[in-house]
Design a protein around this ligand. Structure first.
Ligand code: NDP
Length: 311
């Protein structure tokens, strides 16, 4: 009789930490790290980050693929998927870390910190009168697992917050917009725009020249989602004219950002190397284990994603 095993594959995640975290939750789980998979027919679950082409077809009894991260674009965009269930990570540590990044980046602009960073470099005492946070309008594009808590936190701090998502949302203190017309209103009405959108076929390049032009002059843009939701050439042009006054970018079309990329030369861009939020195996393992328990009972996994929808 074949056994029930999980295969782990990731060039970047710590297999030992994941083995410890998952087997603490599920002591009976047979955790195998590729390429030491034993009999491929034992494999029911895969916990992976960008496995090589053809990986999934090796396992005839595979039932669930869990992406080792929240963003599933690299997984769902593949053309070698097999008809199984797909899920993503989602843990409170990751959410808290993303909220902290967004709050930091928004507050840096709301409190005019880049002005003081530049003044300090010139050795000048430059006073800018602070504005009440309620006067500062912030948009969060994408109100999912990471976007909704970030929007809620910003609203809780007193910012005037509007969110944009596919379906309408009821989040305390956060106005909800949907659809193309909603996006255009959101871009035109808000001074600080945060992207927490997934990279789906619909949303690739959603923020281009037209969208940056819709933003009010002097807008600030924060991208902690995926680089390719933005047309980078259009953003660079808007940053050069100052129409978009500042940007904080954690994600890029090409990562690491190439040394000759124009973003490096723009004084009004803060670059962080894709670390707005990371996964802590110990915290994330709880839901991965719960998904496996649910699959054993014939239920859907937690945090299931839909290949057709792209997120
Ligand atoms: P989710 O999949 O949970 O949420 C996606 C949100 O986008 C939902 O609110 C969804 O709307 C909305 N959306 C999807 N399609 C559309 C559309 N066509 N029009 C309008 N809204 C749409 O994503 P997460 O919150 O987990 O992740 C957000 C982003 O953060 C992803 O890009 C992910 O890759 C990235 N990320 C970045 C990290 C970093 O370190 N920089 C770390 C982790 C994630 P609805 O709610 O109606 O379905």
């Amino acid at each position: 009789m074949s056994r029930e095993a999980l295969v782990f594959y990731s060039p970047v995640d710590d297999a030992t930490a994941w083995r410890e975290a998952l087997t603490a939750e599920l002591p009976d789980l047979d955790f195998r790290v590729d390429p030491e998979v034993g009999d491929p027919s034992d494999i029911r679950y895969a916990l992976v980050w960008v496995p090589p082409r053809g990986f999934f077809a090796r396992f005839p009894n595979l039932q669930l693929v869990t992406n080792l991260g929240a963003g599933v674009d690299a997984l769902l965009g593949r053309d070698d998927l097999v008809p199984v269930k797909f899920s993503r990570l989602n843990d409170p540590g990751m959410t808290a870390m993303m909220t902290s990044y967004v709050v930091f980046a928004v507050t840096r602009y709301a409190r005019d910190i880049p002005v003081f960073e530049r003044a300090k470099r010139r050795g000048e005492w430059e006073y800018v009168h602070p504005r009440p946070l309620a006067d500062i309008k912030v948009a969060v594009l994408g109100l999912g697992e990471l976007g909704a808590p970030a929007a809620r936190a910003l609203a809780g701090m007193g910012y005037t917050v509007t969110g944009w998502s596919r379906s309408p949302k009821e989040i305390a203190g956060v106005a909800s917009e949907t659809g193309r017309a909603g996006l255009e209103r959101v871009l035109a009405d808000n001074e600080i725009i945060v992207s927490l959108l997934p990279l789906t076929p619909d949303l690739r390049g959603i923020l281009g020249a037209r969208e940056f032009a819709l933003m009010p002059k002097g807008a600030k843009f924060i991208n902690a989602s995926r680089g390719a939701v933005v047309d980078e050439a259009a953003l660079i042009a808007a940053l050069r004219t100052g129409h978009v006054a500042e940007a904080t970018l954690d994600v890029f079309e090409t990562e690491p950002l190439p040394p000759d990329h124009p973003f490096w030369t723009l004084d009004n861009v803060l670059i962080t190397p894709h670390l707005a939020s990371i996964t802590v195996p110990k915290l994330a393992a709880r839901d991965v284990a719960q998904s496996i328990r649910r699959m054993r009972q014939g239920l859907a996994p937690l945090h299931q994603v839909d290949p057709a929808r792209g997120y």
